[in-house]
Structures are given as C-alpha cells and as structure tokens.
Ligand binder design. Structure first.
Ligand SMILES: Nc1nc2c(c(=O)[nH]1)N[C@H]1C(S)=C(S)[C@@H](COP(=O)(O)OP(=O)(O)OC[C@H]3O[C@@H](n4cnc5c(N)ncnc54)[C@H](O)[C@@H]3O)O[C@H]1N2
Ligand code: MOO
Length: 391
C-alpha cells in the first residue's frame, strides 16, 4: 500500500494538460479554464472619474464658506470638455469624467446652491472622491492561462473589453458503474439489488470541476460485458470505473483491465475509506478504478480524480482545498491508514460524525469537510489544530 501523497503524484503523472483551446463568449465562460492569457484592451476606469454626485472644483480653493460659480455639467456617458478655472465648479455625477483643472469632487450634501452659485458648508467630508484613470487596472493587465474563471473574473474580463476567451476544452470523464446488484434510479430493483448512486455524485463533481461527466450504462459482473464497457470508457479523455476493485470473486475490474492491456501505476492506498483504488492507463488514457462503496468513491474522487481533471485543464493548483480547524471533540489514534473522516465544520470548529462506515450516504450528505487524520497519529484533544479538506 502506498501513501496518499505518493498516490496523488502518480495519478497526476498520468495526465498531461490538453493544451487545446476553444473560443467561448463570456456568457458561456463561467467555470471554464483559460487556455491563453486574456489581456485588457483598455484601462479601467479609462478616465479620471467621479466617485460621488456633487461638484468638481480645485482642491486648493476648498474652504467652508467659499463660493463657486457652476459653469457646466459632467454626467456619466456625457463629459464636460472644458477646464475648471479658479472660483469655478462643474456639476458632476458618479461615474462621469472629472474635467481638466478639477482635483476634488465635493459631494452635493456639503454645499448649498442658489442659481449657478454654490457655497461650501461646514463639516466638509474628506474627498477627493475621484477615481484615478487605470486605478482598477491598466491596458495590458492580464489574467493568466490556467485560471479557472469565477463570476468575478467574468465581470473583470468584461471591463477589460474582452468579449471572448480562449478556454481549455472540457475533458470527457467516462463514469462506468459495475455490478450485478445495481440498477439506475427510477428503475425497479430486484430483491437483491440496490440503486447506483455514487455515479451521480461523481458526475456532479466532475462537471463542477470543469469536466464533462458521462454516465455509461451499468456493466454487469461478467468478463465479456465488462471488457466491452471498459474499452468504451477508455474512449473518453479520462476513464473511471466504480466498484469491483477489491478482492471478491466478482471483483473483476483489475483482471479485465489487465486483459485490456492496462498499465497499472498502483493498486491500494494506505487510506480509509478508499483503500482498493486502482490507477493507471487504459488504451493510453488516464484510468482510475474507484472502490464501490459510495463514500469511498466520492472521497477518492476528491483526492485523485478531480486533481487529474484540473491538471488536464491546465490549472496550477490542482489539489483539494484545505484549511486548518480546531477539533470540536477528542478523537482516538489512527491506524496504518490515513483516515478521511466525514465531519461538520462550523465557525472554525470541526466535529467528525460518530458513524464513519463508508456505505453511509446520509452521513456524507451532512458533511461539509473531511477531517484528515494522518496514519499513525496519536489521540487528539478537543481544541487541537487539525487539517480539513473542503467538500
Ligand atoms: N476481503 C476484503 N474485502 C473487502 C476489502 C478488503 O480489503 N478485503 N476492502 C473493502 C473495501 S475498503 C472496500 S471500499 C470495498 C470496495 O470494493 P469494490 O471496489 O470491489 O466494490 P464492490 O464490491 O463492487 O462494492 C462495494 C459496495 O458498494 C456498492 N456499490 C458499488 N458500486 C456502487 C454504485 N455505483 N452506487 C452505489 N453503490 C455501489 C456495492 O453494492 C457494495 O455494497 O470492498 C471491501 N471488501
Ligand atoms: O476503503 Mo473502503 O473504501 O474502507 O470502504
């Protein structure tokens, strides 16, 4: 059995960034990964702009009781093209260009106006209420390749006047559930059957990570059928089987993989859940054989499959999001496997669930983190700092 970190490195070594690119419009770009840098076509703001509604004038002249004559108006989208001279002010609105000569916008609450004359009132605010040209970003500012685009990134790109971005294609990830006991949700299970469940979590995870999860028809525990199904899975960019990875008489995935010429990178990891994970290449494609227990499949997908998807997309940081939390309850020592305990993180305090059986989907669904307990770790007291992985 190899350790988790080694397994992660071996899994990542199976995947090369695709390097390909396709153009998509910003409205289609959420969650996609930049394949080429996107470069600002202009500065933002492109001109000195007013941050408040008021009057643009010369800061040096500003004093309580000072009087200015209003000589023009600058509105958003319609600037005023003159120069503000001594004793002069221009009526201005938020987002409008600040005219030449002015270096302060007095908010309108701080003046009284009679006709075209304004008088500065006591308790004047600080100002200058002007946003510098390029204060957000300059022309040429870039978002680098490998960046997964957040909603805020899309607004930033729009402001950069980038209408289309070059993104990495979404890797197709084949998800092949195996086992005679499985039927799809909505079907009529026989007396000894259950519903294929973890496939749906895996598809959602892959899709959210920027891939395209493709759920294949369930493969029965028969060599010929499994061989055909696994060969089909290997048509995708990343092939995943679920179940049949262990040592039972009907756990055929490893044997069938070998018959198909699978190059194995490793089998079995010192982790719990998820020990019987298989990794390698199948028909030259990155391949993972996830354990069938629903929680085991989801945990191993977080630790190994999603990093592979992110590597394929060309992202730099590919591992699961981690943070440190304080233990909400004492925990016992771990054994020879690193334990990923389903747990709840609230206000920085992490509390593992009592029941940790890797078949319990109701517990998994209530968890928002995995508490990582390294192998060979001693007992830990409530209040100690511990690592957690965000789900
Ligand atoms: N003698 C041993 N038995 C087992 C060992 C072992 O080391 N020695 N390892 C255990 C561990 S740990 C795990 S995890 C499981 C994994 O086994 P498999 O990958 O072969 O999975 P299956 O036997 O096919 O299924 C296990 C369990 O999960 C259910 N399952 C399978 N696929 C799905 C699916 N898509 N959706 C929902 N549920 C699924 C299946 O019905 C079984 O109940 O092996 C232990 N045994
Ligand atoms: O590792 Mo198994 O995944 O403990 O249930």
């Amino acid at each position: 059995m190899i350790r988790v970190a080694e397994a992660e490195a071996l899994c990542l070594a199976l995947v090369k960034p695709s390097g390909a690119a396709e153009a998509v419009s910003l409205a289609q770009a959420a969650g996609r990964t930049l394949a080429r840098a996107a470069v600002a076509q202009r500065a933002q703001p492109p001109f000195r702009s007013a941050a408040m509604d008021g009057y643009a004038l010369r800061d040096a002249e500003l004093a309580v009781g000072a009087v200015f004559s209003v000589i023009g108006e600058s509105a958003a989208g319609h600037g005023w093209r003159g120069e503000v001279g001594p004793g002069q002010a221009v009526r201005i609105f938020t987002g409008a260009p600040v005219p030449e000569g002015a270096d302060h916008v007095v908010i309108q609450e701080d003046v009284t106006r009679e006709g075209d004359r304004i008088t500065i009132q006591p308790n004047l605010g600080n100002g200058p209420n002007i946003r510098a040209a390029g204060g957000d970003f300059e022309a040429g500012f870039a978002l680098d390749a490998g960046r997964a685009l957040s909603p805020a990134d899309l607004a930033l790109l729009a402001a950069m006047n980038v209408a289309q971005v070059e993104v990495a294609p979404r890797p197709r990830v084949a998800l092949l559930a195996t086992g005679d006991e499985l039927v799809m949700p909505g079907e009529n299970p026989g007396p000894d059957q259950i519903i294929a469940s973890n496939t749906f979590a895996l598809k959602a995870m892959v899709d959210q990570a920027g891939g395209e999860g493709v759920i294949l028809p369930i493969a029965p525990d028969r060599r010929d059928a499994l061989e055909a199904a696994m060969a089909e899975a290997a048509q995708a960019d990343i092939a995943v089987t679920i179940g049949g990875a262990s040592v039972g008489d009907y756990d055929l995935v490893g044997q069938v993989g070998e018959a198909l010429g699978m190059q194995r990178a490793f089998y079995k990891i010192a982790m719990r859940p998820g020990k019987p994970l298989i990794a390698g290449t199948l028909s030259g494609k990155p391949y993972l054989g996830l354990p069938g227990n629903p929680v085991s499949a989801v945990v191993t997908a977080h630790l190994f499959l999603l990093p592979m998807v992110r590597r394929w997309l060309g992202q730099a940081a590919v591992g699961p999001a981690r943070m440190t939390a304080r233990l909400g309850a004492a925990v016992g020592p771990t054994g020879p496997r690193t334990h990923y305990m389903r747990a709840r993180l609230e206000d920085g305090i992490v509390t593992p669930f009592e029941r940790q059986d890797s078949a319990l989907l109701s517990v998994l669904a209530g968890a928002n983190v995995l508490l990582e307990r390294p192998l060979g770790d001693g007992p830990r007291e409530a209040g100690e700092a511990v690592p957690v992985l965000l789900l």
